[in-house]
Every structure is written in structure tokens, then in C-alpha cells.
Design a protein around this ligand. Structure first.
Ligand code: PLP
Length: 380
């Protein structure tokens, strides 16, 4: 995969462009709220960190280079991205999103519906025939999450975007790329207007910061969103921008390793007769679709055991897999999404597994002992 300009992605990801006057090999951290003006009438490039900060700018430029787009805005969480994006809507505007999506996104959009009178519609975006009957000239925005968290449904980003733009060229198609990272999927290349993702997950990879990035080639949208960010102060802090720049450098290595581990663990779990939802498995109904729009399937998947108590005991007996919400970390994580969401849209026995970079045999052994213990208890 080649970065937009210059070298291939693997090379560009560690080549952070900056022109520090001392030639520092790590990007400089400008932990400063304010910047001195030349004089009373001439401000410098930066004035106030809520509006702009040099370390944040280095991060934004770096991510823009990796995505191959014109503009990136870095904010303080994935949800802050969605908040800023939905503020592009006005009362009465129709917003279409998937039926089952990340619970935090669902909550935020419901708030937009209640407080800002946005006309929110949940539609099955995995069924293109259905999408064709639902998207109309009135549709102002579509928010796609693919694969969805935690049911791992893949949405045809290109087809939906092309259709939406043919019906209403003004429709803003947005894609939550958190599950893929820019290494695996570049939604702007598939035609969408705005790509956003939680930097808390794969981009950073170490669960030591919260962040979000918004990418677009549409200047007018970026300007409107930047105006919201600078008014609120939701731009990513200098220190977190600096940490994220460090985390991103190992994105390729981490993604390669977690995906190698994920496919092996998913196959092993399938061999234990569990229903495994992972687009990297041929048994996944949208295996081909994921391959056609992404360069990999990530390292998050979910399984159904058929028995809530069994699922609970498996999760409780894992030793390497930390019981933690979130994903995208170098450590393997496990959780039961039904416990986290309010809508009750996920199967109660669903276990979500985020595969890390540990030794794969240790991961399989840990899962094996947890399942054996959990099953023994069920037999008693
Ligand atoms: N999008 C998806 C698919 C997520 O899973 C999450 C968080 O889990 C978010 C967005 C929100 O990201 P953050 O937790 O950084 O606000």
C-alpha cells in the first residue's frame, strides 16, 4: 500500500515530518497554552492551543499523509469526532445510520435527535436493496460503521456512498473507520465525505490516551468543524497529540501481528463449535465484501456460545485476556457487550474478543483452559 505521496505506508508511518530548529528526532511537544504574537497587530502562526497547537498540527499533517487526504482534525475522543460531525446538521435534517452500531454512537445520535430535532433513522445498511428505498433527496447525512461493533457486520461503503450522492449530491456520507485504521481501509478513497475514527484504539494501540481523528477533502466541512472544535476546546491536547504520534509509528507492526493472531484464534474457536463473527473467516457472510474494500479484517471479533452462563464463566476464567471494554490495544481483551449497552440489541451470550500481540499459543491455551473450566462447571 503506498502513501499518497512519497514512500509506502510502512515507511511513511515512521517518517514524521517536522522542522524543529534543533533537529530533534522525536516531534517536539509544545506544552503551551499560549504563543507570543510578534506585536499588537501581528499574530504568529499559533496563538492559543484551543485554536491550534504545533504538536497537534504535526499529528494532523502526519495522519493526513497516511490517509492520503487534504485535511485532518485531531480531537479528544472518538465520540468527540461524532459530536463535531453531527453538529453539521440542522434541526429537521434527516440522518440515517445503521441498526446496530457502537452503543456510545447510538447514545450520542439519540441525544442529537432529542436536543437538536435531527430526524434520526436507523436502517439496515448491510442490505443495499433496503438502503435504495430509504435514502432520498431529504437525506442530509449517512453514518456508516463497518465492520460494526460488536456484531461485525460489514457495510458496502462504496455502493452506499455512490447511491447516496446520486440521489442527493449534498448528502454527507460519514464512515467510522475505528475497526480498520487507515492501514486497512481508507473510506475517503471509497467516496465518503468524512472519515473519522477513535484514535484511542488501533491508531495509538496502547490504551494510554483518548483521541479521535476526522479526515476530509472538503474544505468547507473541515472549516465548519474546526470552528466548533476551537469554540469548545475539544482539540486533542499537546501531550496526547505527542503520545499519539509515538503510538502511530508501530501501527503497521501491531496490525500485522494482531491480525495473524486473530485469524488463528478465530479458527480455533470455530473448531470448538462456537459461532464466530469475524470477517476474516470464510464462514462470515461478508468475507468477500470486507476483502474488496479493506486490506485486512482487523483483530476484533465476537463469538456466541449459546449459553449466557457459559459465556460469563469463560470470560471470568481467562487469565491473559483482561476483562476490559474498548479494543485496539497490544494486550488481548475480552468483554460481554450485552452488559455494556442499554438497547439490548446484542445477543446475551455474545463475547467480544480483541486480540493482542501476545504469543498465539499462550492465547489459545488460555482460552482453552477457560472454556474447559467453564464447561466442567456446566456439567456439574
Ligand atoms: N467508534 C467505535 C466503533 C467504537 O468502538 C468507539 C469506542 O469504543 C468509538 C467510536 C468511540 O471512541 P472513543 O472511546 O475514543 O470516544
Amino acid at each position: 500500500m503506498t502513501a499518497d505521496k512519497g514512500y509506502r505506508f510502512e515507511t511513511e508511518v515512521v517518517r514524521i515530518e517536522q522542522n524543529d530548529r534543533f533537529g530533534s528526532s522525536a516531534p517536539p511537544l509544545y506544552q503551551s497554552a499560549t504563543f507570543r504574537a510578534q506585536d499588537a497587530t501581528h499574530a504568529g502562526e499559533f496563538e492559543y492551543t484551543r485554536i491550534g497547537n504545533p504538536t497537534r498540527t504535526i499529528l494532523q499533517d502526519h495522519v493526513a499523509k497516511l490517509i492520503g487526504c487534504k485535511y485532518v482534525l485531531a480531537v479528544n475522543s472518538g465520540m468527540a469526532c461524532l459530536d463535531v460531525i453531527t453538529r453539521l446538521l440542522e434541526p429537521g435534517d434527516e440522518l440515517i445510520c445503521g441498526q446496530v452500531l457502537y452503543s456510545g454512537s447510538d447514545r450520542l445520535m439519540k441525544q442529537a435527535q432529542k436536543k437538536s430535532a435531527v430526524d434520526l433513522r436507523h436502517e439496515d445498511l448491510t442490505d443495499f436493496e433496503n438502503v435504495k428505498t430509504k435514502v432520498t433527496k431529504r437525506t442530509k447525512m449517512i453514518i456508516i460503521e463497518s465492520p460494526t461493533n460488536p456484531l461485525m457486520q460489514v457495510v458496502d461503503v462504496r455502493k452506499i456512498t455512490e447511491f447516496a450522492h446520486s440521489v442527493n449530491p449534498e448528502c454527507i456520507v460519514v464512515c467510522d473507520n475505528t475497526m480498520n485504521s487507515p492501514l486497512l481501509m481508507k473510506p475517503l478513497d471509497l467516496g465518503v465525505d468524512i472519515h473519522y475514527e477513535s484514535g484511542t484504539k488501533y491508531l495509538n494501540g496502547h490504551h494510554d490516551l483518548m483521541a479521535g481523528v476526522i479526515a476530509s477533502n472538503r474544505k468547507e466541512l473541515i472549516e465548519e468543524m474546526h470552528s466548533v472544535i476551537e469554540s469548545i476546546g475539544s482539540g486533542l491536547s499537546p501531550f496526547d497529540s505527542w503520545l499519539l504520534l509515538r503510538g502511530i509509528k508501530t501501527l503497521v507492526l501491531r496490525m500485522e501481528r494482531v491480525q495473524q493472531n486473530a485469524i488463528q484464534l478465530a479458527r480455533w474457536l470455530e473448531s470448538q463449535s462456537f459461532k464466530v463473527r469475524y470477517p476474516g473467516l470464510k464462514s462470515h457472510p461478508q468475507y468477500e465484501l470486507q476483502r474488496s474494500q479493506a486490506a485486512g479484517s482487523g483483530a476484533l471479533f465476537s463469538i456466541e456460545t449459546g449459553d449466557v452462563k457459559l459465556s460469563e464463566r469463560i470470560v471470568a476464567n481467562c487469565k491473559i485476556f483482561f476483562v476490559t471494554i474498548s479494543f485496539g490495544c497490544v494486550n488481548s481483551l475480552i468483554s460481554m457487550p450485552f452488559r455494556e449497552e442499554a438497547t439490548g440489541s446484542n445477543p446475551r451470550d455474545l463475547i467480544r474478543i480483541c486480540v493482542g500481540i501476545e504469543n498465539i499459543q499462550d492465547l489459545i491455551d488460555d482460552m482453552d483452559q477457560a472454556i474447559r473450566k467453564a464447561r466442567r462447571f456446566s456439567d456439574v
